[in-house]
Design a protein around this ligand. Sequence first.
Ligand code: SF4
Ligand code: SF4
Ligand code: SF4
Length: 331
Amino acid sequence: MATRRDFLKGALAAGTLFGAGQTAQARETHHVPEGALGLLYDATLCVGCKACVAACKAANGNPPEFSTVDHLWDTPLDTSGYTFNIIKMYRNGTMETKDSEINGYAFMKTSCMHCADPSCVSACPVSAMTKDPVTGIVKYDPNKCIGCRYCVAACPFGIPKYQYDSPTGRIGKCELCRHRHKDGHYSACAEVCPTGATLFGKTSDLLAEAKRRLSLKPGSITTFPRGRLGEAAAPGVTWLPEPDQSYEGPVGHYQQHIYGEKEYGGTQVLKLSAVPFEKVGMPKLPPYSSAATSETIQHTLYGGLVMPIAVLAGLTFVAKRNVKPDEGDEQ
Ligand code: SF4
Ligand code: SF4
Ligand code: SF4
């Protein structure tokens, strides 16, 4: 009787035969598009008020989630199918000093990074996750989603979350509040942030602002914008006018690292922190996306028909082994 080993032998032989001569070269990692919109989160300006968490819930029509027995307040402990943005806290020792790694505390925002080359988009078999070619916003279409949760497994930041109680099986994640853009509103988290710790704008402008802050002397006084940086918007969108909300404050003791500038080929959400990013929950990632590698492997296997031919050959091999000759057949 043919065994799994027989099948694999057949498949391997066919795969080797048909795959010979095909070289798997990783495609280029995609980069942030020219008109990309995003956020700059500066942890040194964050006071942990969570106004951004509440505003995100309201903007997306999400219900409260409770982690206390009294069920009085919306107290999500992490992102979920109904919580697209959360502020987490780093604690060490006596927790005396804000933004200090030792005996200190710090905040960190967790929401979709709007990757330049998103794994969630690459993994989705039905294109329910797509990246807008102009704004770069990673969009989700519940009408296309089949609830397979490949995007959940693929995201290096653990962002897309499944709404387990949804009869239709939906994913919940930040889409940079794109549904509000047509009315001249931008990301609700940035609109309400009282300190400008979360700032909305064109990713290239936000990157320049982040670099400016890193170039300043820690403790010196500088101007911090609040809300939105610049006028750049999506095509056909004009932001509602707002007064200048900038203010003067001391420059933080930043790590010389803009998280998202290079990670994974770049992300449209950028972060600054005084505490090393690994300590505040941001994964250490290479400067290229996993989507580039995995798509190359998929395309090599399926594009060259190597995998289907290998499977067919394996099945044929097994079938031949399983056919017993009839009594009268010549041996
Ligand atoms: S609203 Fe601003 S200051 Fe308040 S928790 Fe959110 S990012 Fe921090
Ligand atoms: S952070 Fe995750 S969900 Fe957001 S774009 Fe990147 S891979 Fe997709
Ligand atoms: S951009 Fe909108 S959906 Fe995304 S975290 Fe901010 S408020 Fe939430």
